[in-house]
Design a protein around this ligand. Structure first.
Ligand code: ADP
Length: 259
């Protein structure tokens, strides 16, 4: 997040946004939304003005993770006022639709929705806008990569082979779209038994580090399987709001990104 923002002219990014960071994954369920919500909170706690755009059109999780459900207001029928929760400015496609309604849209409609969420939402002045992407390498990634100048992407993966195979594809897609990748995050890297302290590598070990090394990328964080993380996410108050080890891990991740 450090350094100078790129010139704003000609970019399809909201006018007051200094940095646009996309968070992607190959597979769903690896913790991309969990990482996005916690990183947003940790950056806000570090003093940054932060927005989070939940562009996971097919499975928007951020309303639940931030404990919000109110439909954003649009006083003039054009601009949309984002919500504010836990110090983060938030917009999600999930806020515009009932929670149990599936989005069955073709590419152009997806692009329209994304463009609307980027450009019609009054994001205001933000140091950073995080975008929680849908998993994979589909229309949203393509239109974001083509139409807006994403400053950097972070790819979240578990150490499991099936997750990593897809994470490699996501990394390849960012390379094709010329989106610089800031690094990888290994989520669910280990489970430490709360009773005996024994470590279990439930999803395997070492794969994310090996892939990052192959691409000369940093591993930005290794986050364990953690009950508090899951409970906090479900309760609408991300674990990064607290002061436990996971909050500290996210604070460090935020600091490293700011540095
Ligand atoms: P994605 O956005 O990649 O689909 P989510 O962030 O929705 O994944 O996470 C999938 C599930 O795993 C959620 O129930 C979430 O609470 C849980 N989860 C994510 N990361 C962790 C973790 N480090 N420890 C325990 N549970 C996690």
């Amino acid at each position: 997040l450090g350094g100078h923002a790129k010139p704003q002219q000609g970019r399809m990014i909201p006018p007051g946004v200094k940095k646009l960071i996309a968070i992607g994954s190959g597979k769903g369920g690896v913790g991309k939304s969990t990482v996005s919500s916690n990183l947003a909170v940790a950056l806000a706690r570090a003093g940054k003005t932060v927005g989070l755009l939940d562009a996971d059109i097919h499975g928007p999780s951020q309303p639940r993770m931030f404990g919000v459900s109110k439909r954003p207001a649009s006083p003039d029928g054009k601009t949309i006022i984002p919500l504010a929760a836990h110090g983060v400015t938030l917009m999600s496609i999930g806020l515009m639709l009932p929670e149990d309604k599936a989005v069955v849209w073709r590419g152009p409609m997806l692009m329209g929705a994304l463009q609307q969420m980027l450009m019609q939402v009054e994001w205001g002045e933000l140091d950073v806008l995080l975008i929680d992407l849908p998993p994979g390498t589909g229309d949203v990634q393509l239109s974001l990569g083509q139409k807006s100048e994403v400053d950097g992407a972070i790819v979240v993966s578990t150490p499991q082979d099936v997750a990593l195979i897809d994470a490699k594809k996501a990394l390849d897609a960012f390379a094709t779209l010329k989106v610089p990748v800031l690094g990888m995050i290994e989520n669910m890297s280990v489970f430490v038994c709360p009773d005996c302290g024994r470590e279990s590598h439930i999803f395997g070990q070492g794969g994310v580090a090996a892939e990052a090394a192959r691409l000369n990328l940093p591993v930005l964080a290794q986050l364990p399987i953690d009950l508090d993380t899951r409970l906090a996410g479900d309760s609408g108050a991300p674990v990064a709001l607290g002061d436990g080890v996971m909050a500290q891990a996210y604070a460090k991740l935020a600091q490293d990104l700011i540095a």
